[in-house]
Design a protein around this ligand. Structure first.
Ligand code: SAH
Length: 241
């Protein structure tokens, strides 16, 4: 028995564990996808790996599944945060989706001096991260935090967390990501469409944990920059081996 559908649930998963199906999940599983009693679904909750489950009750407003066997252990991504300044809605959604697919452990929208948006819908962004994990076979879901002020985040920056500062003013200079920082906690920082202010740049350049990085001779849009930076980091220091 193998499952075509992967579903994120909040409940604990384990051998013989029953999992109740919510109204929304019932609508999707039994209404949209037309599954019936006996059908297989792959479940994950971000903590217990992936489990093959069988439908034991299929109703319009609810139902039940039971876990049969673990199909994947929990696989945690490297300890990498993606800090980015939210941009237009569709592009922000894209950044969150790609960050979850590419293996970010935490996604942190930051308000910088030139950030365009003052507000984000954290719950909506978290739902995008869950959907991305469902479709890419991940067993972990990165937390999407609420919008935080970059200056405040830097005030209390954890001493051992390295920061890959993608600075458009460095465009064209060589990329340096020292391999002796492999295995350490890291974060990537991507600015907004307006780029970083001089005050931010000055501060970031003096931080001992900051590694100033160029993403090539052309200025990339923030969503492109986020994907490019994660690719470089994963290739140099991450779990793409
Ligand atoms: N308006 C700015 C560009 C901002 S691009 C300007 O014209 O200078 C949005 C973000 O993507 C930047 O803040 C930076 O974090 C990243 N980025 C884009 N291109 C880059 C490059 N070539 N090198 C490093 N970072 C880059």
């Amino acid at each position: 028995m193998s499952a075509k559908i992967r579903l994120y649930v909040e409940q604990a998963l384990g051998q013989g564990q029953p999992v109740p199906v919510s109204r929304d999940q019932a609508h999707y599983l039994f209404g949209v996808m037309r599954l019936d009693v006996g059908a297989a679904v792959a479940l994950f909750n971000g903590r217990d790996g992936e489990w093959l489950a069988q439908v034991t009750e299929a109703g319009k407003r609810g139902g039940a599944l039971v876990c049969e066997a673990q199909t994947k252990p929990l696989q945690l991504p490297p300890d990498l945060w993606l800090l980015f300044a939210p941009i237009k809605k569709a592009r922000t959604d894209f950044i969150v989706e790609k960050a979850a697919e590419m293996g970010a452990a935490r996604i942190v929208p930051v308000q910088t001096d030139f950030t365009n948006s003052e507000r984000i819908r954290q719950d909506r962004l978290q739902a995008h991260a869950i959907e991305a994990a469902e479709q890419c076979g991940g067993t972990f879901v990165p937390e999407v935090t609420d919008l935080q002020k970059l200056s405040r985040l830097l005030d209390t920056w954890p001493a051992d967390r390295q920061l890959m500062f993608c600075d458009e003013a460095e465009a064209g200079s060589a990329l340096r990501l020292a391999s002796e920082t492999r295995g350490k906690p890291w974060a990537i920082l991507i600015g907004p469409e307006g780029g970083f202010s001089e005050a931010e740049r000055k501060r970031l350049h003096t931080m001992t944990e900051a590694h100033v990085v160029s993403l090539g001779p052309r200025i990339l849009r923030a969503d492109t920059a986020a994907v490019a930076a994660m690719t470089l980091w994963q290739q140099a220091l991450g779990d793409w081996k």
